[in-house]
Design a protein around this ligand. Structure first.
Ligand SMILES: Nc1ncnc2c1ncn2[C@@H]1O[C@H](COP(=O)(O)OP(=O)(O)O)[C@@H](O)[C@H]1O
Ligand SMILES: [Mg+2]
Length: 326
């Protein structure tokens, strides 16, 4: 059985039109003048234990709403959710012991407390033994370097330091699942890297299932084999990142050759050949012809000085999916 299972999941928000002033505000309650926003529509999703999936989509696609339903914070308008055999909204408390959550824009730490006191509280809440606690904090510290600011109150931390704490807090009790909603937003490259290393380590070594929502394609490339793309509340892709990339873009073989005569290559899978003196660019479909087969043919026909295979850039692919759909 899947660890996370959502069936025909829907969340519709009603937005009431507000008039001017108090009168208008009161009237809006009476007049039932509202618009409906279908934040999540008929979503079916299954996630297996140990997976790390990237949940991506444009702003307002419904990613956070999905995470809020899966964590039990929001009740679905219709449909079913089972997380580790439980309805997360009906069994919020039990579910909470089983999961960790990071919402990029919010903090779950205590603002005025020193970091170490916040962690002691979490230790009590999640009933982590002394022994586990010490071992884990030490391990977390190696990657996230929490000791840099262990005694400081949370409110004094920089965004990057805060996020390192949030990550550690979400994984402290070794939950079955961790939901990360935009954990790298606004962070510099060095902190991002640290955080990615940490997530990877927790997923691989502790087998903790991770659902990651992000705008950062680098996060996805680095961490996720499987991605789910959401567009206006609907799932438009669920599968391997590579497959998506292959479907949407071609690879290019770029080379410098001796000789300037244009060469005709009659090969299936070649989409385009652009030649400018010795500089040649061949656009090809990797699903039809492999790079090595293409290279063999090329070496028979050109006097190659130098070559390079250019991979498509994932950001472009994802933008294309958003814009054109599948
Ligand atoms: N509490 C709410 N009340 C009304 N509309 C909401 C609420 N939360 C989200 N929405 C709307 O639902 C849609 C999806 O939002 P969200 O899940 O936050 O998207 P994402 O996280 O992908 O950016 C948006 O149109 C948003 O304005
Ligand atoms: Mg969001």
């Amino acid at each position: 059985m899947s660890l996370i299972k959502a069936e025909n999941l829907n969340k519709t928000f009603r937005i009431y039109q507000r008039g001017e002033g108090i009168k208008g505000y009161l009237k809006s309650f009476l007049s039932r003048d509202y618009e409906e926003v279908h934040a999540v529509e008929d979503l079916n999703l299954e996630i297996e234990e140990g997976e790390m999936i990237g949940y991506i989509g444009a702003n307002g696609a419904g990613k956070s709403t999905t995470v809020k339903m899966l964590t039990g914070i929001l009740e679905p308008s219709s449909g079913q959710i089972e997380v580790d055999g439980r309805d997360p909204h009906k069994h919020r408390k039990k579910n909470a012991m089983n999961i960790g959550v990071v919402f990029g824009q919010k903090t779950q730490l205590w603002w005025d407390l020193p970091v170490k006191e916040s962690f002691k509280l979490l230790k009590e809440i999640y009933e982590v033994s002394d022994e586990d606690y010490e071992a884990r904090i030490e391990e977390f510290d190696e990657v996230l370097q929490l000791s840099d600011f262990w005694d400081q109150p949370v409110r004094k931390l920089s965004l990057g330091q805060k996020m390192r704490c949030e990550l550690a807090a979400a994984f402290l009790h070794h939950p079955k699942i961790v939901y990360l909603d935009e954990p790298t937003i606004g962070l510099d490259v060095a902190v991002k890297e640290r955080i990615r290393d940490f997530i990877k380590k927790m997923n691989r070594e502790k087998d903790i299932t991770v659902m990651l929502t992000t705008h950062d394609i680098g996060d996805i490339e680095d961490l996720c084999d499987r991605i789910v793309v959401l567009d206006e509340g609907k799932k438009i892709y669920d599968g391997e990142l590579d497959t998506l990339v292959n479907r949407f873009t071609s690879r290019r073989l770029v080379m410098d050759t001796r000789g300037t005569e244009p060469v005709e290559l009659e090969l299936e899978g070649i989409k385009e050949i652009n030649q400018d003196d010795g500089h040649v660019e061949i656009v090809f479909d990797r699903e039809v012809i492999s790079a090595s087969d293409l290279m063999r043919e090329v070496l028979d026909n050109y006097d190659v000085l130098d070559f390079q295979i250019r991979e498509p850039d994932i950001e472009t692919v994802v933008k294309k999916v958003y814009n054109e759909g599948l």
